[in-house]
Design a protein around this ligand. Sequence first.
Ligand code: SF4
Ligand code: SF4
Length: 201
Amino acid sequence: MGRTFKKVNSRQVRFSHTARRIEDIFQSHRDNFGRARDLSLKFRAGMQEIAAFIQQHTSIVCSACRKKCCVNRHSCYTCEDLVYIYALGLKTQEYGERDESRPCYFLSVSGCGLERALRPSGCNWYFCDRLYGSMEKAPGRAYTDFDDSLRDLTYLWMELINEFLAQFNAVTAQKLHIADLKYSSHRRAGYPAPLSPRQRK
Ligand code: SF4
Ligand code: SF4
């Protein structure tokens, strides 16, 4: 009987290749990435702090939404997300072929099944107008505090990626990999470029 081969598509190969490369570099140069790990932990804690505020609003606004944006094509990790996930010592699921227009495979009856801090950044940085509108009306300083925290988290994220790239550069002789990563950091790992909030629907 002939040997059978599992069919893999090029996106899956590219996603796995990028994920393995990032995972390997963290494992083989642990001492160089201590600061990146600390920044990732800080980012995760920061996201956890604002999660309750976001949830208060998504539980109302998103529950009533008739055209939910949680579809498979939005549930992809970028290269930057992979850096963050692997810096935390976690792993991503392997990419599987999915109908990108179908409801996201992380979506359950009670909403997203992932901890907010571990969702793809395309999910965590996306707030549609209705959701923003609801947040802005929150009493007191709730929205301003949230906005400040989100801005701080953006800077923290950039610091993390810059730190990773600096260390990656320091320990890798093949500079081409850095260029690859920088290039693809603006794109989904094996996916089309991330969509802006306006494009997402
Ligand atoms: S973020 Fe906006 S578009 Fe997406 S599910 Fe919530 S209300 Fe709907
Ligand atoms: S990962 Fe979660 S937040 Fe992102 S699209 Fe899927 S269900 Fe929605």
